[in-house]
Structures are given as structure tokens and as C-alpha cells.
Design a protein around this ligand. Structure first.
Ligand SMILES: [Zn+2]
Length: 405
């Protein structure tokens, strides 16, 4: 049976299941090595040459593999090398953020077809917001010009507490009987998965970003809110129900500020994009000079994106606001380092695109608040993928669901 059909079958007979797994293993091997010969693949998978040849031929017929021609060699019989084909099938990633949706398509070789497109959006727990999300996804698929059968899976990142197994998001779109995953699957006809945004970003950095050989990684998502993706021994850590990583809702402040989650004193109330935004708005209203200064009636319309831009244009108010929040974040990250002893902490999300303006105060706070023995074990890097990490992570996560055995 064809690979693309068999991955959508609920149950397969023994032989079909075995064949499917062999195809997945070949794809995984080529994923790792980019190019390989029949004998290299057969040796690694411990499968006879005739079986490998027939399976590879099937994968070529399905446009999943490509014969890359003869290997360069100085003598003897030259073998053909194979690689994963581009342009045959795609994975779609959707990142739903507070004020925009980003979408993109990834091919079999993990290349994005183009930069993710950003579409303005207002994330609310409402039917209207859900319908807009559905329309944006449908429009993107239609505008891609691809047949739906070529898009194997859709991965959607959402903020909040998400059970990726059941497809439920416990913070948004909980007013319908169906989990959000099934709603999208029904309207698009494409199998869909959801996951937490910070986890997906962590996975993208792990597969294609700032991670080199490290296996124990924390990805701190610095957006309006604060999220955390945890990778332990090379595996994403979900926790019992998928709710791990709610770093921003650590109740660490004894303040009276109500958080987005409804509780008081969460980390996010003082150390987050929300906090940077609030601080800048207060200072502008008090008349502090800045390139962000404007008609007082329009100060509440300022976005975090504008502040990040001002920061990168060396605006003192923006830089100072980011720095104050960075110091507080550093103290919180110091507690994470004490708990996890990670090899690498990656700063990602919108605020991380201020680069050293956020990294340096975090770093100096880390030095101050964590023991040098533990702190010296951990590298602190800024995301390599920047604002593409979310969409790439969504694609990579659904890609993994197909090829893992
Ligand atoms: Zn909270």
C-alpha cells in the first residue's frame, strides 16, 4: 500500500504495518544523513538488499525519494545515492498569537517554502475569533495553490494549557463540544494537531536552530506573556497532561496586579512583554521623551512590536523598559537553572529580537542570583530562528508524528 495512504489508516495488517515502518525508517535515516546508498541503508536497518531496493523504488514512485545519481568515487563500482524529495508533500504550521496569526509550509527536507506570513488577528475565547482563525487557515490553503492531498498535516500552536493528545486547549475555544483540533480537521479535511507555542518553538530550535549538540535545553518564550519549552535528554517534556512550562504563571510577586490567568502576583505581571508595554505607556503619559511619544489618546494603542522596533533604533525609554524587565526575568531564569541544570537556555519570542538589550540584563541577573557553579554549566543564547520558530516548530512536530515508528 502507498505510504501516503497507509499513514492515514487507523489499523494495518502485520505485513502492511511492517512495510510502513520500513519506509519510515528509511526516511528517518535519510533525514539524518541527507544522502545514502542502498548498502548503507540496508546495513543500518539490517534489511536484505532486494527488500531495500523494492521499498526504495516504491518511495521513488510516490515522489517521496529522489535518486541523486552515482556517488563520486575513485574506483570500483559506483553506487547510486538517494535523498528525500522536495516539492512532493508539505506540512503546514500555524502559530496563533495574541495579535496575529503566522502560517507557513515546510517540505519533506525541512525547508520552508517562504517566510511565514503574518496576518493581524485578535485572539479571544469567542466564536467570532474561532471563525476568523478557520477562515485564515482556509484562505492560506487556497492561496497556496496546492492540492489538499499534498498537505499531509496541519500543526497549530496556541498559547495556554494544551493537551496535545486529546487536542483540547483549556484556555481558548472551550465553548464547543469538539476540541479545536477536530474542528480544524473537519473544515479542512487535513489531519490536524495542536501544541503549546513555546514547546513548538523549543523543538524548532532543537531541530534546526540555536541547539548544537545539547540535549538538556530550556526555551524561554518572551512574548506578551512568558512561556517555557523544556527538552530533557533530547525529548520534549510535556508533563502528565501537557501542561508543563507555565513559567509565566509562577506566583512569585506579592503584588495586587491581576494576571491574564486571573490570579494575582504571577511572574508575568512584572516580568513580561505586558509589563514592558505597561511601563512604556505610563512613562509616555507622564511626558517622558521617546520616538514612541504621540497624542495622549493614542498611547494605549501602542504594541509591543513598536516598542521592540524603538529599542532596536536605540530609543532610551524602550531600552530602559526592556532592561528593567530583563533583570526581573533573569532572577526567575536563575531559579529555573537551579532546578534543571540545563546545558543551554535559549531566549526566544518577540522580546528576544531586541537581542543584547534583553540578553545582557538577563545574563547579569543570572550571575547575581544563581550559584556560579551551576550558572557556569549553562550557556545563554538568543534564538536563531527568531519569529519563524513558532511556524517551523509546528511543521516539525507534525512531520515527526508521520515518520516516527
Ligand atoms: Zn498568571
Amino acid at each position: 500500500m502507498e505510504f501516503l495512504k497507509s499513514i492515514n489508516e487507523a489499523e494495518l495488517s502485520g505485513v502492511l504495518f511492517k512495510n510502513l515502518n520500513l519506509k519510515k525508517n528509511i526516511i528517518q535515516f535519510l533525514d539524518k544523513h541527507a544522502l545514502a546508498t542502498i548498502s548503507e541503508i540496508g546495513k543500518e536497518l539490517n534489511v536484505s538488499t532486494p527488500k531495500i531496493i523494492s521499498t526504495i523504488n516504491e518511495l521513488i514512485e510516490e515522489n517521496l525519494l529522489h535518486d541523486n545519481g552515482k556517488i563520486e568515487s575513485t574506483g570500483g563500482r559506483r553506487a547510486n545515492q538517494f535523498k528525500l524529495a522536495s516539492g512532493s508533500v508539505y506540512f503546514m504550521g500555524v502559530e496563533v498569537s495574541k495579535f496575529h496569526i503566522s502560517l507557513g509550509l515546510m517540505d519533506l527536507n525541512k525547508n520552508m517554502l517562504q517566510e511565514p506570513s503574518h496576518i493581524p488577528f485578535n485572539l479571544k475565547n469567542s466564536q467570532d475569533s474561532l471563525e476568523k482563525l478557520i477562515n485564515i487557515i482556509n484562505d492560506f490553503i487556497n492561496q497556496s495553490g496546492l492540492a489538499k492531498s499534498k498537505i499531509l498535516r496541519i500543526g497549530i500552536n496556541l498559547t495556554g494549557r494544551i493537551n496535545q493528545v486529546t487536542g483540547h486547549n483549556y484556555n481558548f475555544f472551550q465553548f464547543t463540544d469538539l476540541p479545536i483540533r477536530e474542528i480544524i480537521e473537519k473544515v479542512t479535511g487535513i489531519k490536524t494537531y495542536i501544541d503549546n507555542d513555546s514547546r513548538a518553538m523549543a523543538f524548532a530550535e532543537y531541530c534546526s536552530g540555536a541547539v548544537e549538540k545539547e540535549k538538556n535545553i530550556l526555551f524561554v518564550n518572551l512574548d506578551y506573556g512568558i512561556g517555557l519549552g523544556i527538552i530533557i535528554n533530547g525529548e520534549i517534556y510535556y508533563g502528565k497532561s501537557g501542561f508543563s512550562g507555565e513559567f509565566g504563571h509562577n506566583p512569585i510577586y506579592d503584588n495586587e496586579m491581576i494576571c491574564q490567568c486571573g490570579k494575582k502576583g504571577c511572574l508575568e505581571t512584572e516580568a513580561s512583554g505586558f509589563a514592558v508595554l505597561r511601563n512604556v505607556q505610563e512613562k509616555l503619559k507622564a511626558g517622558v521623551g521617546s520616538i514612541l511619544q504621540r497624542d495622549p489618546k493614542k498611547i494605549d494603542e501602542i504594541t509591543l512590536e513598536e516598542i521592540v522596533l524603538a529599542c532596536n533604533q536605540d530609543d532610551i525609554l524602550a531600552i530602559e523598559s526592556v532592561s528593567v524587565v530583563g533583570e526581573k526575568l533573569g532572577k526567575a531564569v536563575a531559579s529555573l537553572i537551579n532546578i534543571f541544570n540545563p546545558e543551554l537556555v535559549i531566549l526566544g519570542g518577540l522580546l528576544s529580537t531586541t537581542n543584547e538589550y534583553i540578553r545582557l540584563p538577563i545574563k547579569s541577573s543570572l550571575n547575581k542570583y544563581s550559584s556560579s557553579l551551576v550558572n557556569n554549566d549553562t550557556q545563554l543564547k538568543t534564538s536563531k530562528l527568531g519569529l519563524s520558530a513558532g511556524v517551523m516548530g509546528a511543521c516539525l512536530l507534525v512531520r515527526r508524528t508521520i515518520f516516527s515508528t
